[in-house]
Design a protein around this ligand. Structure first.
Ligand code: GMT
Length: 373
């Protein structure tokens, strides 16, 4: 098959999933064309079977808002025409879905369209009245729509008022990216006293409730010595760093920003904290689980589909930092149980969310639409 993939190329779950899926499809012999405004951060050296098409947006004095969606549509149409692309797979509905529809208009028909919904494209930005009608159009007109959790599929139908099939295909992880040696080296540096390590990784947006991460840590460290490692970057990071200083937690908390490979640091931890307000899936938690890290999270959105309470992870009501902290303390005080939970987290990631299992489902969907056996 010849497939065009569009995603946000920056660090983030949807870009990671889109890129890893494209790479997996290329390894399976398909021709994959990434059509994005920059090289996806996870692409690295472009392997055989993969082509990158950069979308450039010309500037002009009249353009206070350069029309990226239109440049993307033109670039999609051009790539389809030149390379005989049979299917466009766009990740994150805004604006990719409607750009793909426009590309089909330009071509007077053409490729099949798959839209994969990732979360805030529906729950936050997509629900905004300024985008809702255009997101609904993209979803209604696509040949197939997938969502990364059943909860996101349900919320999409409810929020947009659409009544169409949305296939649930969860995110996936390649556990071989975990590197025990690298993680051991990180652990020696991050915890010179050998105390356990709590982790958080996100884009530090308000939906992540980063203050709750710090509040949980504050309650835990009062009872058990430990460290907190914060990965990623975003608008709430300065306030989080300030809060850590105000609470006098500085010596025990490190903000590392975006690190690569993230699994190196994730594998150095014991427990991953994800107390989000909204979370359609929680890819960072899955990555941590695949490296043998237990998860303590909120029960927002699709998190209970990823985390089976008591089996490698625990979920609690959003904002219940006391319950989360009590769970973390219980695990840190019972090292045998912590070890069992960490192993269960790894098993669950590998048994339910391994790359091959999930890529099979996307490949089957694409074949069905394109009509290949
Ligand atoms: O908008 C975001 O927070 C980023 C977005 C992304 O592009 O990574 O995250 C969403 O997609 C991820 C990949 O499917 C999911 O793992 C995240 O749970 C989801 N974020 C939210 O729902 C807040």
């Amino acid at each position: 098959m010849r497939v065009g993939v569009t995603c946000y190329p920056t660090v983030g779950g949807s870009g990671t999933v889109a890129t890893e899926l494209g790479l997996a499809m290329a390894r399976r012999g398909h021709e994959v064309h990434f059509i994005c405004y920059a090289m996806p951060y996870r692409l690295g050296r472009v392997p055989p079977g993969v082509t990158f098409h950069e979308v450039t947006v010309p500037t002009y004095p009249l353009f206070q808002y350069p029309p990226y969606s239109l440049a993307l549509a033109s670039q999609m149409a051009d790539a389809v025409r030149t390379h005989g692309i049979e299917l466009l797979h766009v990740h994150y509905a805004i604006p990719h879905a409607v750009s793909a529809l426009l590309a089909r208009e330009i071509l007077g028909g053409g490729p099949r369209l798959v839209v994969t919904l990732h979360g805030t494209d529906i729950t936050v930005v997509g629900a905004d009245p300024s985008f809702l009608p255009i997101v609904r159009l993209g979803i209604e007109r696509a040949d197939a729509v997938t969502a990364v959790s059943a909860d996101l599929a349900r919320v999409t139908r409810q929020t947009l008022g659409v009544d169409r099939q949305i296939e649930v295909i969860p995110n996936f992880v390649d556990a071989s990216r975990c590197d025990r040696e690298l993680s051991a080296a990180h652990r020696r540096r991050l915890s010179p006293d050998g105390a356990p390590i709590l982790l958080h990784a996100s884009n530090f947006r308000p939906v992540k409730r980063v203050r709750d991460v710090i509040e949980v840590f504050r309650q835990v460290v009062e009872r058990v010595p430990c460290h907190l490692v914060m990965l990623g970057d975003g608008p709430d990071r300065p306030a989080a760093e300030r809060l850590v200083r105000e609470l006098d937690l500085g010596p025990r908390v490190e903000f590392l920003g975006n690190v690569s490979p993230v699994e190196g640091v994730l594998g150095a931890g014991d427990i991953f904290l994800l107390p989000s307000q909204e979370e359609s899936f929680g890819l960072a938690a899955l990555e941590a689980m695949s490296c043998g890290v237990a998860v303590v999270a909120s029960n927002a959105g699709g998190l209970p589909e990823l985390i089976a309470h008591g089996d490698g992870g625990f979920v609690f009501p959003i904002g219940d930092t006391a319950a989360m902290a009590a769970q973390v303390v219980a695990l840190l005080l019972d090292r045998a149980e912590l070890g069992r939970q960490r192993e269960r987290a790894r098993c669950r990631a590998v048994e339910h969310f391994a790359t091959d299992i999930v890529v099979d489902r996307y490949e089957e969907l694409c074949r069905r639409l394109v009509g290949h056996d």
